[in-house]
Design a protein around this ligand. Structure first.
Ligand SMILES: [Zn+2]
Ligand SMILES: [Zn+2]
Length: 154
């Protein structure tokens, strides 16, 4: 996403909205994440004396894998109040490429431990059944072990 600084108004801000194509985001190597959309942006960009102020909302639809039950689900990663300023160096950078900046910020907004739901029960550690949709009769020692851990005073 390239902003031509000379096309920004002297006063006030200009609105930019659109989508950065998924292939430009270069996230294909990340196997844990599948992009379902480009990076959508809805930004107000304002030129000040020595800086350019970029504010607004950016979001990305991704398919991720639940860390508990391994199911895949769709998540919208969103930064509703994106706000950043970029220095204008001697009027030299007449073009401001925001692609990299937006990409970096949205990656930081990805959840490290995606859960399909807060109540996700995960999979049985013995038979591997998804406990969200199935019950199993395994006696899961591990659960008891975890609750013992809870009682430990660390
Ligand atoms: Zn889950
Ligand atoms: Zn089981």
């Amino acid at each position: 996403m390239i902003v031509h600084l000379d096309k920004l108004p002297e006063y006030g801000s200009k609105e930019f909205s659109g989508e950065i194509a998924p292939e430009l985001l270069d996230l294909a190597d990340d196997k844990d994440v599948k992009l379902l959309s480009g990076l959508k942006y809805d930004l107000k960009i304002q030129k000040l004396d020595t800086e350019v102020l970029v504010r607004g909302c950016i979001s990305l639809d991704v398919e991720v894998q639940c860390v508990r039950c391994n199911c895949t689900f769709v998540e919208t990663v969103e930064i509703p109040k994106f706000c950043k300023s970029f220095e204008i160096k001697d009027g030299k950078n007449e073009e401001l490429d925001l692609t990299f900046e937006l990409r970096e910020d949205i990656i930081l907004a990805f959840s490290l431990y995606p859960l399909c739901s807060e109540e996700c029960k995960g999979v049985c550690t013995i038979c591997g059944k998804n406990l969200n949709s199935d019950e199993c009769n395994c006696s899961r020692e591990s659960e008891n072990r975890w609750s013992e851990l809870d009682n430990l005073d660390i």
